[in-house]
Design a protein around this ligand. Structure first.
Ligand code: OSB
Ligand code: MG
Length: 375
């Protein structure tokens, strides 16, 4: 495959409903849609799913756009390669900015799979034709609002409920959900780094609710202190923000800082590093992990409020064998009245079916791109 042209387009889409986390409230989602054109006139698409401000990760839409245009595209233009490893040296010297790299890297994967005439999920080594869908529910203004949202999510068929928590919105909302819907519904919480070691007591109070996991309770930079919490908690800790690479994943697993990992291709710099972490976790043999599998570190695919482009990539990644836990992959209508793809991503009885067409299997709607483009 030889690269003929590369572009990145800043889009901003209104969310169906505002989404609130411990770090901010969002009414719109920014993204960069990356387009790569090959000498065979194949078009690959990728998405940089960082937020518009450096609130989740240090990189953000505008910084990622600069990194792509100045430090990635010039080095990829005219490059030739047979598989993704032939292009990785372009990303390697750039420190940080994983979302900038990932958007481009994913577009390359899409183009490679299309040139090979294969669906991306098969090209990646995926083993399932459908992926269970989980919902991430933001912080709500009231208990009633939360319970109503959980009820509709369960009725729609979502197979796992995650709620965002922050100090002052944690034990009570979890208790309310357990009282209303029982202990059988798969439930977890995501703190997005809102707590510190001083909150150990409070985190321990969550143990009685049989949660699947507590996601990222402590700092986005921390792996060390999470071990102190995990050691004193029955509920598994899942790391999100703290894991940027295979080395981070090894450190967290071998040190005992978490029992589960959330992989977001954007956060780790693309699908290749996602596959590296997946390979490590899937082959990890440690009897302390037997609770969740055969000594493997259980994985799931996280989300960043992606448009259909990034969502299709996440979906393809989630077909790899190690993704044994339902992730944050929802259908298009969870966040968008209109998605950027010509066909929306649909959920059926709690599952999203993988497309059979080449590459990501969804086409980009150029009219929608035009409509939501930021000029
Ligand atoms: O921490 O998983 C997170 C959204 C934006 C930034 C961070 C996170 C999230 C979500 C939503 O939880 C996941 C999704 O449905 O895309
Ligand atoms: Mg998270």
């Amino acid at each position: 495959m030889k690269i003929k042209n590369l572009t990145t387009t800043h889009v901003r889409l209104p969310l169906v409903k505002p989404f609130q986390t411990s770090f901010g409230r969002f009414e719109k989602k920014n993204a960069l849609i990356v387009r790569v054109e090959t000498e065979k006139n194949v078009i690959g698409w990728g998405e940089t799913a960082s937020l518009g401000a450096p609130l989740y990760s240090p990189d953000f839409t505008a910084s990622d756009e600069i990194v792509q245009n100045q430090f990635i595209f010039p080095y990829l233009l005219g490059r030739e390669g047979e598989d993704i490893t032939d292009f990785l040296d372009v990303f390697k010297p750039i420190r940080g900015h994983p979302f900038a790299k990932a958007g481009v890297e994913m577009a390359l994967w899409d183009a490679l799979a299309k040139e090979a005439g294969q669906p991306l999920w098969k090209y990646l080594g995926g083993v399932r034709e459908r992926v269970p869908s989980g919902i991430s529910i933001g912080i709500k203004p009231s208990r009633d609002d939360l319970l109503q949202t959980v009820e509709s999510a369960l009725n729609e068929g979502y197979q796992r409920i995650k709620i965002k928590i922050k100090p002052g919105w944690d034990v009570e909302p979890v208790r309310a959900i357990r009282e209303a819907f029982g202990y059988d519904i798969p439930l977890m919480v995501d703190a997005n780094s809102a707590y510190t070691l001083k909150d150990l007591d409070l985190l321990q109070q969550l143990d009685e609710f049989g949660l699947l996991m507590i996601e990222q309770p402590l700092s986005h930079t921390d792996i060390y202190k999470h071990e102190k919490v995990q050691r004193q908690l029955r509920t598994p800790i899942c790391l999100d923000e703290s894991i940027h690479s295979l080395d981070d994943a090894k450190f967290a697993v071998e040190y005992g800082s978490c029992r589960i990992i959330n992989i977001k291709p954007g956060r780790v710099g693309g699908l290749y590093p996602s596959k590296q972490i997946h390979g490590y976790c899937y082959n990890h043999e440690d009897t302390s992990f037997t609770r969740n599998g055969i000594g493997r570190v259980p994985l799931w695919v996280g989300g960043m409020l992606e448009t259909g482009v990034g969502r299709a990539h996440n979906l393809a990644l989630a077909t790899l064998p190690g993704f044994t836990i339902t992730g944050d992959i929802s259908p298009s209508d969870r966040y968008w009245r209109e998605d950027l793809t010509t066909q929306p991503i649909l959920m059926n009885e709690g599952y999203i079916k993988l497309p059979s067409g080449p590459g990501i299997g969804y086409d980009v709607d150029m009219e929608k791109m035009e409509k939501y483009m930021v000029r």
